[in-house]
Design a protein around this ligand. Structure first.
Ligand code: FES
Length: 150
């Protein structure tokens, strides 16, 4: 009975219906495992998260602010040794240009009223409700990159 059902569904072993069903299954599920049981290989790794390139690392002077655009929005890039920080360049207080500010320790100081923003978190020491957006930066092949927008 089972053989008859299989024959009705799949057709003869060398028939057109079986070849069509195999081709369809292969297209949907991928190639079948080899008959000898060897694995077909590990599944392909997921693609790396998309990154946007900002600047070559060599263009950044350690301890200085560099302003550039990220998707048309000004950001400040700061190199501190091997670490790189990328923050939005507009102060949340009154829109001050943070790219014209100063570095004091681990803080970026706004040139208009002196509010300080932590380089790593963007937190403000004067008003904790005010935070500058911080972009996770990494250096890939000598280029400062940030994750692509979702
Ligand atoms: S505009 Fe930046 S502290 Fe006021």
């Amino acid at each position: 009975m089972r053989r008859l059902v299989r024959l009705l569904l799949m057709g003869r072993p060398d028939g057109v219906r079986r070849r069509l069903v195999r081709a369809l299954l292969e297209r949907l599920l991928g190639p079948p495992a080899p008959a000898d049981g060897t694995p077909t290989g590990a599944p392909a790794p997921p693609p790396p998260a998309a990154l946007r390139q900002l600047l070559p690392l060599v263009d950044l002077v350690d301890g200085q602010l560099t302003e550039t655009l990220l998707d048309g929005v000004p950001v400040v890039v700061v190199r501190r040794g091997t670490r790189v920080h990328v923050l939005d360049a507009t102060c949340p207080h009154a829109g001050g240009p943070l790219g014209d500010g100063d570095l004091e320790g681990d803080a970026l100081v706004c040139p208009l009223h002196g509010w300080r923003f932590d380089l790593a978190t963007g937190a403000c020491d004067v008003d904790p409700s005010q935070v500058v957006a911080v972009h996770a930066a990494e250096v890939v092949d000598g280029v400062v990159c940030v994750p692509a927008a979702p």
